[in-house]
Design a protein around this ligand. Structure first.
Ligand SMILES: Cc1cc2nc3c(=O)[nH]c(=O)nc-3n(C[C@H](O)[C@H](O)[C@H](O)COP(=O)(O)O)c2cc1C
Length: 346
C-alpha cells in the first residue's frame, strides 16, 4: 500500500513544488494517505515532557503550517507532528515561486516567509481535532511586527491549551523578524517573557545551523539558564555547500535535505556536548535513512524530525525508519531508544 503512495509521491514531483505540496496536504486531510501503526515496536516508545511518543520520528515544522492534515499525517505512522510556523496574524508569505526542488542533491530551497492562516484560525482547528497523537506548534513573529516578544507571548498563550509542546522558531532565514533573537540579550528577554506567561506547556527553541561560535555557545548558555524544555537543531541553512548541482542552487532561501545533514549532525554533537545532555534534543536536517537516524540518536538526539526526506523518499520512509531503527537497537543490545541516546556522543 505504502509503495503505491511512494509512486504517487513521485508523480507529485512532476508538479510545481508548492502545488505538489498543497495536493499532498489535501490528500492527507481527506484520508487518502497510507496508514501505518506508530506503535508497532515497543523499543521505540519514549517518554519526554510527560508525553508518551510511540516512536521518535516526527514531521518537522513547515509541512502542515495550518494544521489542516494533522490526523492524516499522524496516520502515516509518525510519532508526532509539529504544525506551523504560525504567526499571530495571518500572512501571505513571500511572492511565488518560493519553493524549489534540487532533485540531484536530494534537497529543497524555500523562502516561504511564514505564509499561514494566523493563530486564531489554526488554534480553532487544533481545538476541534480528536486528541489522537502528539502535536507541537511552531511559533513565529509576524514579518511586520514591531514587538516580536509580545507576538511570541500571545502565541504561547493561544496555543498552550491545544498543543503538547511549543517551539519558538528563532531561526527562520526568510523573514525580517526571523532571526532577531539570535542576539543572546534579546533571546534572554524573550525567554524571560515566555517564562512569565507560565503556560505550563513545554517550550522548545529551534536554532539555525548558520550560527557561528562564539554566538552559539552564548545562546546555549542563555537557553540552559532559562525555563526551556528542549532544543530543535536545526532549521534550514542560508549556506550553499560547493557540492550542490541542482539548477536552483543559487536561489535565495533556506536549503534543506541531504546537503544539510553534515551541518545538522555537527550542530547536534555540539549542542549535546555544550548542554552536557541536560536538555532533550530534537535532530532535524537531511534525515532520510536508518543509518543516519540511528547515528543521531547515539550522538544525543531524543527525537528526530523529517521533511525533505519524505518529499523524495515518499511516506514509506516512516515505517522503514521505524523497522530499521528497532532492528539496530536489537542488534546492539539496547532495550529501548532511550538507552541508545548519547551512547556514541563525542
Ligand atoms: C517548505 C519548508 C517550509 C518550512 N517552514 C518552516 C517553519 O515554518 N518553521 C520552522 O521552524 N521550520 C520550517 N522549515 C524547516 C524544517 O522544519 C526543517 O528544519 C528543515 O527543512 C530541515 O529538515 P529536512 O532536511 O528534513 O527538510 C521549513 C522547511 C521547508 C522545506
Amino acid at each position: 500500500m505504502s509503495r503505491l503512495h511512494d509512486h504517487a509521491a513521485a508523480l507529485l514531483r512532476t508538479l510545481p513544488p508548492e502545488t505538489a505540496h498543497n495536493v499532498t496536504l489535501w490528500g492527507l486531510a481527506h484520508g487518502l494517505g497510507p496508514r501505518a501503526p506508530a506503535d508497532r515496536f515497543d523499543t521505540l516508545q519514549t517518554q519526554l515532557w510527560g508525553l508518551r511518543f510511540p516512536n521518535p520520528f516526527g514531521i518537522a515544522a513547515g509541512f502542515d503550517k495550518n494544521a489542516v492534515a494533522v490526523k492524516g499525517a499522524l496516520s502515516l505512522g509518525i510519532g508526532f507532528v509539529e504544525v506551523g510556523g504560525v504567526t499571530p496574524r495571518a500572512q501571505s508569505g513571500n511572492p511565488k515561486p518560493r519553493l524549489f526542488r534540487l532533485p540531484e542533491d536530494g534537497a529543497l530551497i524555500n523562502r516561504m516567509g511564514f505564509n499561514n492562516d494566523g493563530a486564531d484560525v489554526v488554534a480553532k482547528r487544533l481545538e476541534n481535532r480528536a486528541r489522537t497523537g502528539i502535536v507541537g506548534v511552531n511559533l513565529a513573529a509576524n514579518v511586520d511586527s514591531g514587538d516580536p516578544v509580545t507576538d511570541f507571548v500571545t502565541l504561547a498563550e493561544t496555543f498552550a491549551p491545544c498543543a503538547d509542546f511549543l517551539t519558538a522558531d528563532i531561526s527562520c532565514p526568510n523573514t525580517a523578524n526571523g532571526q532577531v533573537f539570535l542576539d543572546p540579550i534579546a533571546l534572554r528577554e524573550l525567554l524571560a517573557a515566555l517564562a512569565r506567561a507560565q503556560t505550563g506547556t513545554p517550550l522548545l527553541v529551534k536554532l539555525s545551523p548558520d550560527i557561528e561560535q562564539p554566538n552559539l555557545a552564548e545562546l546555549l548558555q542563555v537557553i540552559l539558564a532559562a525555563d526551556v524544555a528542549g532544543l530543535i537543531v536545526c532549521n534550514t541553512t542560508r549556506s550553499r555547500p560547493p557540492t550542490l548541482v541542482g539548477q536552483h542552487k543559487d536561489d535565495r532561501g533556506g536549503l534543506s535535505g541531504r546537503p544539510l545533514a553534515p551541518l545538522a549532525r555537527d550542530m547536534l554533537r555540539h549542542s549535546h556536548a555544550a548542554t552536557e545532555g541536560r536538555l532533550p534534543l530534537i535532530s532535524v536536517g537531511g534525515i532520510d535513512g536508518v543509518d543516519d537516524a540511528y547515528d543521531r540518536i547515539r550522538a544525543g538526539a531524543h527525537l528526530l524530525q523529517l521533511y525533505t526526506g519524505l518529499v523524495y523518499r515518499g511516506p514509506s520512509l516512516i515505517p522503514r525508519l521505524c523497522e530499521g531503527l528497532a532492528a539496530r537497537l536489537a542488534t546492539d543490545g539496547f532495550a529501548s531508544v532511550d538507552a541508545a541516546v548519547g551512547s556514541a556522543a563525542t
